[in-house]
Structure formats: structure tokens, C-alpha cells
Design a protein around this ligand. Structure first.
Ligand code: HEM
Length: 453
């Protein structure tokens, strides 16, 4: 039997409960569940979630092959009511030819040349935040990073038309994202759309506010572009986008893609930063190297987009934070009739899972995986990371559209704030809470100190 299974397969997978399958173990602690599936059963593990047949794959090449096959022999997983409510038919939700067209329309808005234009806003917002901080003060790191990336998201998306609207947009987005996380965690995402819950009614109200506010911003942008005003924000780029037939995004399309870019980029980046600060707080040598690099390269001035390439250690801190705490901690796809993986046929309808969390903490690809070691990303590191072993941004045709945006944003924020402050969390350490993204399980308080202290 084992001979017909791919390399790394052992013991055939965990036994499940009648009807529920492995749902109880998965729901109790999905991160530990994935890690134990890999440790106890190998790199290809069949398991069940109620009637749903699943396979967890834990080898980099299998993850790479899976991600590469999404939109051909595999299809993306259905995302549920709350995601549809918030993101409409945006690029994250769309599939097939509809997705291809939308991805082509959105991509130009986030290509590196555009990210260069957004970098100034990122630095400006981080500088304003640092300007309000005082040495010795106590802050909640996660809250501060959430507020900062939210301001950056609203301004890079909507530019000056967002003035005065940041409050309502930010509050409605925060409610919507909370409800999205709650649906996901509570598994209510599997309830049919007509089922009403208090969470769903909060979501509907938040979406109504967003629809109103964003419709207003879109009208102002359309009027400005009719006057020939050229702007550098994301919405202006979406307005200018044309598909291969010369057709623009509709108003509904502009609304859906704006919200998609906001939701895709805000919480993922703020949690990355929160984890990076917590990790740095417990790693004096890594922190000293950060301070040295920032002093040497920037000499007290604010960074620009060009400095991103000149700050390798800062980038490696981000890369290592994304390894230890990948915000998107699982990725799944459903096998179509022709699906194959690792040389074997996968029965149609099987949901194949791969987890950046368990892959990134596998000692075979990352020696001492529980240690924060940005030096593992040095160009001449003794243990090169295998292809596809680090995939916080997914991979294949549906890989993250905002990876460059996020990496630049996180590094520039570390550079602006890290020049002036060390965020000292003392001996307190937050653990992980696997919601829609990998959140800290409690507030992350820190005392603001001068760097080098
Ligand atoms: C650290 C920050 C980020 C992380 C870890 C992250 C992670 C991911 C991952 C893993 C996927 C693929 C999901 C899957 O295949 O199921 C994805 C897709 C996506 N991301 Fe990100 N992301 C981040 C930031 C951003 C930003 C800043 C933006 C926008 C400016 C963005 C926009 C998108 C979009 C539009 C997609 C859907 C692409 C498609 O389906 O074709 N992300 N992201």
C-alpha cells in the first residue's frame, strides 16, 4: 500500500471521529494539528473534516506544484459568505477567466514602479507616528501597527480624496475584518447565506458604510480624472486600467478591487510588523545590527524607496518574521477531475492543504526553526533555503499581488521607527491566535526606549 504513495508518506493518516472526522483536533488547535500530522504521518497525510476528504502536503516541492496548478487542474477553495459580502467579486474571490481578467487589471496598480510612488506615503505616516511617541511611554504595539498600516492603506488607495473619510472607512473596515475573522474561526462560514447571525448583521452594516464612502471617493476620482488630473494613488491606477478589449473596471469593480486591496494588505502587514518588533525585542544582537545598518545607511534622515535595496538586514528581519509568523498560515485548493500531485492522481473534490506555518517551522528546511535568526537569509548562509519552503505570499498564478508593496512597507516602517526607538516588550511574549491571519493572542505592550539600549 505504502509503495503507491508519494515519498515521505507514513501510516496513512489519523483516525477520525464518526461523522466529524478530524474536525475536533483541527478546531482545537489547527497549528498544532498540522505540525503533528506532518511529524506523525509524513509529508502526504489524508485526513477528514466531516464528510470532506483532505490531504495535507508538507514538502516544499509538493506545495510549489499545488500552488502552480491552481486555476488549471486545481481550483481555489470557496471563501464563504462574509468574504463575498465584503470583497464582492474582486480578484481574490473570482475564478477562471473572470479572475484572469481582473488580475490583469489590478496588477499594474501594484507593480514596483507604482510601489515607489506609495513609499513616500508609507514613510510620511510612520514619521508622523514616531513624532507622537515619547521615550519611556508604554504602547500597545499591535494597536499602533494596526493604526499605522490602516492610515497607509487608506491614503495609498484613495490619496487626498480620503481626507476626512479615514475615520468612517477605517472603523467600518475594522468591524468588517473582525467579523470576517469571527466567521472564519467559528466555522459559521459554512452556514448558508440566508442564515442570519448578529455577526452577519454587523458585517452588513459595515459594508453599507464602506459602499457609501467608497462610492463618494470613486465619484471624486472620476471627476478629477475627467479634468485631466493625474494622481499616484491605487484607485487612480485602477480607474486608468483597461482589459485586452480596452474595457475599464465598472464602478462595482472599482469598489470590489479597492476593498480587496485594503483587506489583502492591511492586517497582514500590521501583524508582520507586530511580530517583527516582538522578535527584535528578544534579540539584542539582531537589534544592534539593525541600529548599525540604519545609522550607517540613513545617518538620521528618512528612508526613501531607493533605500529599500540598501537595507539588507532590515529586509532579512522582515523575511524572518514572515517565516516564523506567516500571516496567511494555510492555503488550500480543491482537486479537479485531472488533478495530480507528486506523480499520483488526486481524487476530484479532495481538498489539498499546505501550511506556511508548519513548513516554515520544519527543521529539515530551517535548522533551529524556533530561533529568530535573520542571518539565515544572508546571501552566503551555510544552509540555503529550498525553493518553495518559504512561501508567506503563496505562489503560482494566484500568488499575492501585493508582496512587493508589503515588503517595502514593512521594511520602511521598521527603518523609520527603528532609527528612533527600541520597542522593549520586556519578558512578556504573546503567543499565536490563528484567525483569518496569524494574530497575537493578547495585547503586545512595549516601553519605548532609545535604540541601542
Ligand atoms: C505581509 C503581507 C501579506 C501577506 C503575508 C500576503 C499573503 C498572501 C497570500 C498567501 C496570498 C495567496 C492566497 C492563496 O493562494 O490562497 C495573497 C493573495 C493576494 N494578496 Fe496578499 N499578502 C500580503 C500583503 C498584500 C498587500 C499589501 C496587498 C495589496 C496591496 C495584497 C493583495 C493580495 C491580492 C489582491 C491577492 C489575491 C491574488 C489572486 O487571487 O490572484 N496582499 N496574499
Amino acid at each position: 500500500m505504502t509503495a503507491t504513495l508519494p515519498p515521505g508518506t507514513r501510516n496513512g493518516g489519523p483516525r477520525g471521529w464518526p461523522l466529524l472526522g478530524n474536525l475536533p483536533a483541527f478546531a482545537r488547535d489547527p497549528l498544532a494539528f498540522f505540525t503533528s500530522l506532518r511529524d506523525d504521518y509524513g509529508d502526504w497525510v489524508p485526513w477528514t473534516l466531516g464528510p470532506q476528504r483532505n490531504v495535507l502536503v508538507s514538502r516544499p516541492e509538493l506545495a510549489g506544484e499545488l500552488l502552480g496548478a491552481v486555476e488549471s487542474t486545481f481550483r481555489p477553495t470557496e471563501l464563504g459568505w462574509a468574504v463575498h459580502q465584503l470583497l464582492g467579486d474582486g480578484v481574490v474571490v473570482a475564478t477562471g477567466d473572470d479572475w484572469r481578467r481582473k488580475r490583469a487589471l489590478v496588477q499594474p496598480a501594484v507593480r514596483p514602479r507604482q510601489v515607489r510612488a506609495y513609499a513616500a506615503t508609507m514613510v510620511e505616516c510612520a514619521d508622523a507616528l514616531a513624532g507622537g511617541w515619547r521615550e519611556g511611554a508604554r504602547i500597545d504595539v499591535h494597536r499602533e501597527m494596526g493604526g499605522l498600516t490602516q492610515r497607509i492603506a487608506v491614503r495609498t488607495l484613495f490619496g487626498s480624496d480620503a481626507a476626512g473619510r479615514e475615520g468612517p472607512i477605517g472603523a467600518a473596515m475594522a468591524t468588517a475584518q473582525r467579523e470576517l475573522g469571527a466567521e472564519f474561526r467559528g466555522l459559521t462560514m459554512f452556514l448558508p447565506p440566508w442564515v442570519r447571525t448578529p455577526g452577519r448583521s454587523r458585517m452588513r452594516k459595515a459594508v453599507a458604510v464602506l459602499d457609501r464612502e467608497i462610492a463618494h471617493v470613486i465619484r471624486e476620482h472620476e471627476a478629477a480624472s475627467a479634468r485631466g488630473v493625474d494622481r499616484d494613488d491605487l484607485l487612480s491606477r485602477l480607474l486608468a486600467a483597461r482589459d485586452e478589449h480596452g474595457a475599464p473596471l465598472t464602478r462595482k469593480g472599482l469598489r470590489d478591487e479597492s476593498i480587496t486591496l485594503y483587506v489583502g494588505g492591511h492586517e497582514t502587514t500590521s501583524t508582520t510588523l507586530t511580530w517583527a518588533w516582538q522578535l527584535l525585542s528578544g534579540a539584542p544582537a539582531a537589534r544592534a545590527r539593525l541600529t548599525e545598518e540604519l545609522d550607517r545607511v540613513l545617518g538620521g534622515r528618512l528612508p526613501s524607496y531607493e533605500d529599500y535595496a540598501r537595507l539588507p538586514w532590515t529586509r532579512q528581519v522582515v523575511q524572518e518574521a514572515l517565516r516564523m509568523y506567516p500571516p496567511i498560515w494555510l492555503i488550500t485548493a480543491v482537486a479537479g477531475p485531472e488533478a495530480r500531485l507528486g506523480g499520483r492522481a488526486v481524487p476530484a473534490g479532495t481538498r489539498v492543504w499546505t501550511s506556511p506555518w508548519s513548513m516554515h517551522r520544519d527543521p529539515r528546511w530551517f535548522p533551529e526553526p524556533e530561533s529568530f535568526r535573520p542571518e539565515r537569509w544572508d546571501a552566503d548562509a551555510p544552509h540555503p533555503v529550498p525553493e518553495h519552503a518559504w512561501f508567506p505570499f503563496g505562489g503560482g498564478p494566484r500568488a499575492c499581488l501585493g508582496a512587493r508593496f508589503a515588503l517595502v512597507e514593512a521594511a520602511l516602517i521598521l527603518a523609520v521607527l527603528g532609527q528612533r526607538f527600541h520597542l522593549d516588550s520586556g519578558s512578556g511574549r504573546a503567543g499565536v491566535f490563528p484567525g483569518l491571519t496569524l494574530q497575537p493572542d493578547r495585547p503586545v505592550p512595549a516601553t519605548l526606549r532609545r535604540p541601542g539600549r
